[in-house]
Write a protein that binds this ligand. Structure first.
Ligand SMILES: NC(=O)C1=CN([C@@H]2O[C@H](COP(=O)(O)OP(=O)(O)OC[C@H]3O[C@@H](n4cnc5c(N)ncnc54)[C@H](OP(=O)(O)O)[C@@H]3O)[C@@H](O)[C@H]2O)[C@@H](O)CC1
Ligand SMILES: Nc1ncnc2c1ncn2[C@@H]1O[C@H](COP(=O)(O)OP(=O)(O)O)[C@@H](O)[C@H]1O
Length: 503
């Protein structure tokens, strides 16, 4: 659920009026924040707490205490004097001050071995909307410099300090550039603004039981493992492959073999019962030689043969090229199985055939990246110039009833008419490499084949592929080295994380 900072403050006020204690909330919030940090840094290292004077600093100090108890070395960098701390941060500072040196000189941090985590407890939702000045702006600049030069992992508590808590668009002045923002109780709308993503980074929500039921926006939500898990069918012991879905894949061409194989392997790792990859006869030997053993590769003289077989879901588009446009458009129009349309299938629709989406027999999930979306919306008939990413996806889903739109990016957004628009939180910049979208397509098709609705299949596919990328990083990959193959290899852990309810 999504709230404005003002709604959050009001929710807190109501909770305090019924006797909830701010100290208890802070303890619970900090436990969630620490858990989220551990999700990315399971082994202790060095942490620097950047501290303002309000309760955001209080949260950081409780997180610091939990880190100390788990073997971390913790240092403090107050923006002002510790004597200025308000009641709760002052109390928590007293508890740990003898174990937490105040850093005066930053230069040793640049040489500090091991993981370095910066905790941004400077400002939260109590921040004024004006741009940061003086010592506050300097502290933010210092954190960003450490992040860039030392690759320090930066965690913002509630909001990255400097993000305007009242505006739709964040200010471009001093703002903490976070790798992870752990926001308390509910996602704040400002964190989801298009321009905010580069400051917010990975978003996680630390739940607060007492603030669960505050008034929230019902038309949008942030995807969480807690909401997604009930959508994943729980397999009975006597489950058989026919129940796991027959997925057909229409992808690949000469020169684009990998796209089809990534899609097929993702469908396999996403749980599909039977997977058939359809390829043109003349290319059969290339695909058959490289396809996973479990995938059936079927040569066709004409793509329309695909429709003669029964499927629970079809994935159409990755690496298809342009040659079979007419036939592919026919399949899209005639298919009775739900479809995921990606890559070349989208490019074909963009070449004057978008209205075909009004005559489909089956529902379709379209998964454009921003470039493909631009091609699909050119001319402005359905989406006005300057529309936000959320507006683009929503407007297309309304223009074409029966379709779901997943607009890819670092904050993937998923829209279906009359359903809450969903924002994904998982993933990381290492995913910005060719082939990641093919994995997403195969995964979504597998989930739809197992009976998930288009919207929930898209949400779960986006969450799992992002989480799998994070898992690959924990297993030793880096943002530079991460490949779609790594995402495929770690999907099992992503499913396990879903079941464990990770952030
Ligand atoms: N309430 C709760 O129960 C819970 C709250 N929680 C946590 O508390 C956070 C909110 O805490 P908060 O209300 O104390 O505000 P916060 O953001 O820390 O700082 C405000 C202080 O900073 C100052 N200041 C403001 N703007 C400034 C600027 N531009 N430049 C410089 N200074 C500026 C301003 O000082 P003033 O100007 O008033 O002297 C004020 O004192 C919330 O985000 C979450 O992390 C969680 O623990 C869950 C339970
Ligand atoms: N910075 C990022 N953070 C999170 N996810 C990302 C990031 N960059 C890319 N992704 C994800 O990686 C995938 C890339 O898809 P796409 O651009 O279609 O790749 P391709 O067409 O090369 O297969 C999408 O799921 C997208 O959301």
């Amino acid at each position: 659920m999504i709230v404005s900072c003002a709604q959050m403050l009001e929710g807190e006020r109501v909770a305090f009026a019924r006797g909830v204690s701010a100290a208890d909330l802070m303890e619970e919030a900090a436990r969630g924040i620490f858990e989220a940090i551990r999700q990315f840094h399971p082994q202790p290292g060095t942490a620097v707490l950047y501290l303002g004077k309000g309760n955001n600093a209080g949260d950081a100090l409780v997180v610091g205490r939990l880190m100390l108890d788990s073997g971390w070395k913790v240092l403090a960098r107050p923006v002002g004097e510790v004597a200025e701390f308000k009641e709760l941060p002052a109390k928590h500072w007293q508890v740990i001050s003898d174990r937490v040196p105040i850093v005066a000189d930053l230069s040793p941090l640049y040489r500090e071995p091991g993981a370095l985590v910066l905790v941004d407890g400077i400002l939260g939702i109590g921040a004024s909307p004006s741009p940061l000045k003086g010592a506050y702006a300097a502290a933010v600049g210092e954190m960003n410099a450490l992040r860039r030069a030392r690759h320090a992992f930066t965690v913002a508590i509630d909001l990255p300090s400097g993000l305007n808590p009242t505006a739709d668009a964040p200010s471009e002045s001093a703002c903490v550039e976070a790798d992870l923002t752990v926001t308390v109780a509910h996602a704040k709308d400002v964190l989801l603004a298009d321009g905010a993503t580069k400051w917010v980074g990975r978003l996680a929500i630390a739940p607060l039981a007492e603030l669960e039921s505050i008034h929230t926006e019902e038309t949008a939500r942030v995807i969480t493992s807690r909401d997604l898990l009930p959508e994943l069918p729980c397999r009975s012991f006597d489950f058989h492959k026919g129940q796991a879905g027959r997925v057909g894949i229409v992808a690949g061409s000469r020169g684009f073999v990998g796209a089809a194989l990534l899609t097929a392997t993702a469908a396999l790792r996403g749980g599909a019962g039977l997977i058939t990859l359809y390829v043109m006869e003349e290319d059969y030997s290339i695909f058959a030689a490289q396809a996973p053993l479990e995938v059936m590769v079927k040569p066709v003289a004409d793509y329309l043969e695909v429709l003669a077989n029964k499927h629970d879901a079809l994935a159409i588009g990755p690496g298809l090229g342009k040659e079979s446009q007419e036939r592919i458009l026919e399949i899209i129009q005639l298919s009775e199985a739900p479809m995921v349309l990606d890559a070349d299938a989208l490019n074909m629709l963009a070449e004057g055939h978008l209205d075909l989406l009004k005559t489909l027999k089956a529902p379709a999930l379209l998964t454009p990246h921003p470039g493909e979306m631009q091609r699909l919306t050119k001319g402005g008939a359905h989406v006005h110039a300057g529309a936000t990413r959320r507006e683009q996806a929503e407007k297309m889903s309304v223009a074409f009833p029966g379709t779901t739109w997943l607009l890819k990016g670092s904050r993937t957004v998923i829209a279906t008419q009359d359903q809450a628009t969903s924002f994904n939180t998982t993933g990381q910049p290492g995913m910005a490499t060719g082939g990641m979208g093919d994995v997403l397509t195969g995964l979504c098709a597998a989930l739809m084949g197992q009976g998930l609705s288009l919207h929930e299949g898209a949400c779960l596919g986006a969450w799992l592929s992002g989480r799998s990328a994070e898992r690959a990083m924990l297993a030793g990959q880096s943002a530079e080295s991460l490949s779609p193959g790594d995402v495929l290899a770690h999907l099992g852990e992503a499913f396990t994380d879903l079941k464990r309810g990770v952030f």
